[in-house]
Design a protein around this ligand. Structure first.
Ligand code: NAD
Length: 357
């Protein structure tokens, strides 16, 4: 069976890190006979320079047809003066909305080898492995009506609408329950059901869904407590599912527990499991072209692609094990460098993962 993967390197360090991820994916493609076909497209600033558009129609058409997409990063100071609609970031947002990528999966993994990189005590975070499943296309960020209006007497009032339909909750819930099934079988649904009716419904739907997943242990937590528990005892969590706004905040909090932005992958999925896989970081223009960027977040995004869009768990695990092995070997790019380790370039890190496979 042949499956197509669209590689979108984008801007800044994007081409450097995507090149390493592609080498690694090529190797597991051969090792596990995955039948992956790779193609490359333009997005972001690179696409603006070439075509005048951050998301050329050719890229969008190919993205729709692909089984999965790996994206580097978009953006950079040279495009910051363009009007909003023409900025590189519109390429990314356009892909998310056109492909209806409603489920954002962000793991926060702290490899024991990097425990000293976190701002929390090593014993609190060492071995941390959480998956946050965030609803990405609904909730208060998209709810209508919204705006700023003028009241009688001239005072201005800002307003947004926090809204979720049953079907939106159900589809993100299913993604989260399935993620928990593939991990340690624990799902914590985060809401504010003591105050917000939307999340009373959220909680009810999660309870209903739990009947379809008897192998998953469902719990509920209010968002304020979840924020606290994430820094108090983060290892109590396996999978967390939550709405768009709470997920935005909690996933950044969880990411920072690991202390290393160059290590964190992410996935955004639609209901057909088609997905876009990208590192959590941006295009890092400050280090672009120097060959020092950490490619591991992008390589690990490739592993997520194999797991969540292509159902190739063994190949995904092989990549993750290879990454862990190179860390064991003491190899570090500059962003995760520590005393006694050996500093390597972007390419050397990619080569080391290849060798470890
Ligand atoms: P950034 O994530 O690009 O960089 C923040 C800091 O982390 C920088 O010091 C950078 O050098 C470092 N860094 C990031 N990735 C790294 C890696 N793989 N290895 C080593 N160091 C790394 O965030 P920023 O500086 O706020 O944004 C730069 C540009 O990226 C902006 O144009 C922004 O709009 C864009 N951006 C894009 C995305 C995306 O494409 N998904 C996400 C965030 C920001």
């Amino acid at each position: 069976m042949s499956r197509s993967v669209l590689m979108l390197p984008g801007d800044g360090i994007g081409p450097e890190i995507v090149a390493e991820a592609e080498k690694v994916l090529n190797k597991v493609n051969d090792q596990f006979d995955l039948g992956l076909q790779f193609e490359t497209g333009l997005v972001g600033g690179a696409a603006i320079d070439e075509t005048g558009e951050p998301l050329p129609s050719d890229t969008l058409e190919r993205a729709k047809k692909a089984d999965a997409i790996v994206l580097g990063a978009v953006g950079g100071p040279q495009w910051d003066k363009l009007e909003m609609a023409k900025r590189p970031e519109k390429g990314l947002l356009g892909l998310r909305s056109n492909l209806e990528l409603f489920a954002n999966l962000r793991p926060a993994i702290l490899y024991p080898q990097l425990a000293s990189a976190s701002s929390l005590k090593p014993e609190v975070v060492s071995g941390l492995d959480i998956m946050i499943v965030r609803e990405l296309t609904g909730g208060i960020y998209f709810g209508q009506p919204r705006g700023v209006r003028e009241l009688d007497g001239g005072e201005r009032q800002g307003f947004n609408t926090y809204i979720y339909s049953e079907s939106e909750i159900r589809r993100i819930g299913r993604v989260a329950f399935e993620a928990a099934q593939q991990r340690n079988g624990k799902l914590c649904s985060v809401d504010k059901a003591n105050v917000l009716e939307v999340t009373v419904l959220w909680r009810e739907i999660m309870e209903e869904l739990a009947k379809d997943y008897p192998d998953v242990e469902l719990s509920h937590m209010y968002v304020d407590n979840a924020a606290m528990q994430l820094v108090r005892a983060p290892k109590q969590f396996d999978v967390i599912v939550t709405g768009n706004m709470f997920g935005d905040i909690l996933s950044d909090e969880a990411a920072m527990l690991t202390g290393s932005i160059g290590m964190l992958p992410s996935a955004s999925l639609n209901s057909e499991k088609q997905g876009m896989y990208e590192p959590c970081h941006g295009s890092a223009p400050d280090i672009a072209g120097q060959g020092i960027a950490n490619p591991l977040a992008t390589i690990l995004s490739g592993a997520m692609m194999l797991r969540y869009s292509l159902g190739e768990e063994k190949a995904a695990e092989a990549i993750e094990a290879a990454v862990s092995k190179v860390l064991d070997q003491g190899l570090r790019t500059a962003d995760i460098m520590s005393e006694g380790a050996k500093q390597v370039s972007t390419r050397e890190m990619g080569e080391a993962v290849l060798a470890a496979l």
